[in-house]
Write a protein that binds this ligand. Structure first.
Ligand code: GLN
Length: 244
């Protein structure tokens, strides 16, 4: 078995070491004897997503989101939409998550027209939403409790065609108002959680990998790994967050 992973815009969307998530997926596959390859698609690369089994898009600041807009609308927008409708799993973080929605309007009124692959939009607030946080994934996204780190000005609002990824347990999530975090549509998982999202949340990582393997091979199983170090980090952060 093998997964072909696409890392889209690694040159501009890589805040807080988001690419560590790609390394985590690769290792967790290899440790189980499953092959993994990673192809980077920076600005200027061919837009084609043909043949990829999983797509990762990290986060970036408003500036980077504006920098990539022209390239996005030169064909990657159509490719992303087609891949999503075809059920390709995506993990998208913060700026990369916002990019799949219709638009992002910054708090000072600058508008980025994105791709509308997901029924959501984002509007910037003056006060940024920053800090460690946690959320409980919906059953359709595996039910695990995820600990992460968020830093965004954008408040994201989901339309009727898209489900939240989870419910906020502590922190801000999509918009600090409706208790939702992230988005789940077909096999797209969008979240505000940066940095070592997958290393700290092995259950969520495996849910994503299993989704990709089952889509490709029909049936798949992931052998258990020794996650004791990862779970120590996860559980300690849960403990700190619930202590307030
Ligand atoms: N520019 C977006 C915001 O501030 C995304 C930031 C990010 O990816 N951390 O809302």
């Amino acid at each position: 078995m093998e997964l072909k992973i696409c890392h889209m815009y690694p040159d501009v969307l890589n805040l807080y070491g988001d690419r560590g998530n790609v390394m985590c997926m690769t290792r967790r596959l290899q440790w189980r004897g499953i092959e993994a390859s990673v192809t980077r698609l920076p600005i200027g690369s061919s837009p084609s997503l043909a043949g990829f089994d999983l797509v990762f898009i990290g986060g970036g600041q408003d500036f980077e989101q504006q920098v990539l807009l022209a390239d996005l609308h030169r064909g990657k927008d159509r490719e992303i939409k087609a891949a999503i409708e075809d059920g390709v799993p995506f993990l998208t973080i913060c700026g990369g998550y916002q990019m799949l929605g219709s638009y992002y309007e910054t708090y000072d009124g600058q508008r980025c027209d994105f791709i509308g692959a997901l029924d959501l939009y984002t509007v910037g607030a003056v006060q940024r939403m920053i800090g460690n946080y946690s959320f409980q994934c919906e059953a359709s996204a595996g039910s695990s409790v995820v600990v992460g780190f968020e830093n965004h000005s954008g408040k994201t609002w989901l339309g009727s065609g898209v489900e939240p990824l989870g419910k906020v347990l502590s922190g801000f999530g999509n918009n600090s108002q409706d208790g939702t975090e992230g988005a789940h549509y077909k096999n797209v998982f969008g979240t505000y959680s940066h940095g070592p999202l997958l290393p700290k949340n092995p259950a969520f990582c495996d849910h994503l990998l299993l989704t990709a393997l089952e889509r490709k091979y029909g049936k798949a199983e992931l052998a258990p790994l020794d996650d004791s170090a990862e779970l120590l980090a996860h559980d300690e952060m849960c403990r700190r967050l619930t202590k307030g």
